[in-house]
Design a protein around this ligand. Structure first.
Ligand SMILES: C[S@@+](CC[C@H](N)C(=O)[O-])C[C@H]1O[C@@H](n2cnc3c(N)ncnc32)[C@H](O)[C@@H]1O
Length: 258
């Protein structure tokens, strides 16, 4: 279900236009540094999306493979980076063929995140590193929380009993450590990091909604309801209507293939 949410071509296009450069790109530098990627490493970017992490790893001199279940997301990965459309739990790669596996903001969308980590360990060489990041579940996360709250308000006003949650808020340091240990990783550790994200304009931050799994739903709303939702998002994101800077918090975890 959650995987299908990124299947739409419009979600991929808007993700790459609005969310990747401002939010996921800057965070990608943190994950690549945390994993200790070296020039010449073979790096697998798991749930790569439009390639935010793959780009940074390639710039660090790695040979990168980007894999995702959504072919539309992978269309935006730059030329020179190999792409592979497959679910994270079933990678079309040989055992022990990769030095580093990176997964940024992907595990929380998967039905079997531990299975995906096990598969990551399978394709790693002994001594290879798997490093992941997931939003911290105890901090506010804008713009995604604002999107979910505005849609919840719209659903309630329309008489729906549906609960709308922000699927992208997912874990704790202990949660990541447990998942990595359960999957069979050694030398496991995790930490929290913060990053202040400054959106060039409030409009560009609001447009990020169309790069999320909420996008196709909002596009399908009657025009008056859609405008109302977007006005509501604007109020939640910006106190002065012009600037939007939000603190984001992630949990980064890493482990080693025995
Ligand atoms: C929030 S995006 C993160 C993309 C990228 N890692 C980044 O940092 O910009 C989540 C991605 O996870 C992918 N995804 C979700 N479930 C997946 C699964 N089971 N196997 C592979 N990819 C999956 C989605 O298609 C989507 O591209």
């Amino acid at each position: 279900m959650a995987t299908l949410a990124f299947e739409a071509a419009t979600v991929a296009e808007n993700y790459q236009r609005y969310l990747e450069p401002v939010l996921f790109g800057p965070w990608a530098h943190r994950l690549v540094a945390y994993a200790g990627v070296q020039p010449g490493d073979v790096v697998l970017d798991l749930a790569a999306g439009t390639g935010a992490v793959a780009r940074v790893a390639a710039r660090a001199g790695a040979e990168v493979i980007a894999t995702d279940s959504s072919a539309h997301m992978l269309e935006y990965v730059p030329a020179g980076i190999r792409t592979l459309v497959c679910p994270a739990t079933s990678l079309d790669l040989p055992d022990g063929s990769v030095d580093v596996v990176l997964c940024q903001q992907g595990l929380q969308f998967m039905t079997d995140p531990v299975g995906a980590l096990r598969e990551a360990l399978r394709v790693l060489r002994p001594g290879g590193v798997v490093a992941v990041s997931v939003w911290a579940n105890d901090e506010r996360l804008d713009p995604f929380d604002a999107f979910a709250e505005a849609l919840q308000r719209d659903a309630t006003a329309a008489g729906s009993t549906r609960t709308i949650s922000n699927a992208s808020v997912a874990t704790t340091v202990h949660g990541i450590v447990d998942d990595l240990l359960t999957a069979g990783a050694a030398d496991v550790r995790a930490t929290r990091q913060e990053l202040a994200v400054r959106w060039p304009t409030v409009d560009s931050e609001i447009a990020g909604l169309f790069g999320t799994p909420f996008g196709p739903f909002v596009e399908g709303l009657p025009a008056d309801r859609r405008e109302h939702v977007l006005d509501d998002v604007r109020e939640r994101l910006s106190s002065d209507g012009r600037t939007a800077t939000h603190l984001t918090t992630s949990v980064l975890g890493r482990g080693v293939r025995r």
